[in-house]
Design a protein around this ligand. Structure first.
Ligand SMILES: [Zn+2]
Length: 294
């Protein structure tokens, strides 16, 4: 649905080859060079030559950074979009590679399945290889059933679960409970490199309103997962932080990122004071986050 958009004119002006930009986003940060630097110095982001983007209200409700919780429901129509993308893993066994599937009904978007597969492949190289998936995308009917059978303490009501937008996975281990299993520990340390975050940590229940769920991982993408990990933010805190800061810069490996928050009140143009390849996500609240990689 949302892809990195090439700012061709800017690229040409810069004289960069496209290949430089095509490579990398899915490349993993080289751990030896891993360095996250956040800076909020305005002079680093205010450049004379930026670019303009037309922002519409609908853009608030699309993208990988959507906040979905008890206060912010799944945007209209998004559940159906996510459902149309999701595939059944057991019916597409070529996607099951390096992990087990606990439930025949598990649905996942190929985009998430690919990222998960890359992640477990790297974990296996470190001897951590007993991953299971118990849930990915869930439609509202499935969520309703869970809510009825498990209760409000454990399941979100239909229309208020991240599973309904297809960006979350419940990951288990055949070695035992995720809070103690090597798989759970490995994910806490490494999943950010693949764009995932532990969505409901033990020390954030007052903010998330959800009990500790060592199995529930949410995809937000880089560099957001890295900044959240480094600053120990859950999504609620990260989105507030971006709103406050307006812009944040980060370096991960060889990629430099700038992240901007813009409130959206009506259809209008925004001028992004930066150069590079960009991606936009709404926050499901009031604005959009523009992420630029260069
Ligand atoms: Zn979950």
């Amino acid at each position: 649905m949302k892809k990195w958009v090439f700012c061709l004119l800017v690229l040409l002006m810069l004289g960069y080859g496209l290949t430089k930009f095509k490579a990398g986003m899915s490349d993993l940060p080289d751990e030896s060079k891993l360095q996250i630097e956040n800076s909020n110095k305005p002079d680093e982001v205010t450049q004379a030559d930026g670019f303009k983007i037309k922002v519409t209200k609908e853009m608030i409700f699309q993208g990988d950074l959507l906040l979905v919780n008890k206060d912010y429901p799944v945007p209209d129509g998004l559940g159906l979009d996510a459902e149309s993308e999701a595939i059944s893993l057991v019916r597409n066994p070529e996607w099951i590679d390096g992990f087990g599937v606990l439930d025949n009904r598990v649905l996942l978007s190929p985009r998430l399945a690919e990222k998960f597969r890359a992640m477990v492949k790297d974990a296996a190289q470190e001897g951590v290889s007993s991953f299971l998936i118990s849930s990915g995308f869930r439609n509202e009917a499935d969520q309703e059933e869970l809510y009825r059978t498990l209760g409000a303490e454990i399941a979100m009501p239909p229309g208020y679960s991240e599973h309904n937008i297809g960006l979350s996975m419940d990951i288990g281990s055949s070695q035992g409970e995720m809070s103690r299993a090597p798989e759970g520990k490995w994910l806490i340390d490494h999943s950010w490199k693949y764009g995932f975050v532990l969505r409901y940590p033990e020390d954030k229940t007052a903010i998330t309103g959800v009990q500790f769920e060592p199995w529930h991982f949410r995809y937000v993408g880089l560099p957001h997962s890295a900044i959240m990990k480094e600053r120990n933010f859950v999504l609620e805190q990260y989105l507030d932080f971006l709103k406050e800061q307006k812009s944040v810069s980060t370096t991960i490996g060889e990629d430099n990122y700038q992240v901007f928050y813009y409130p959206v009140t009506e259809n209008h143009m925004i001028t992004v004071p930066a150069k590079g390849e960009y991606e936009i996500s709404g926050n499901n609240q009031d604005g959009v986050i523009v992420t630029i990689r260069k």
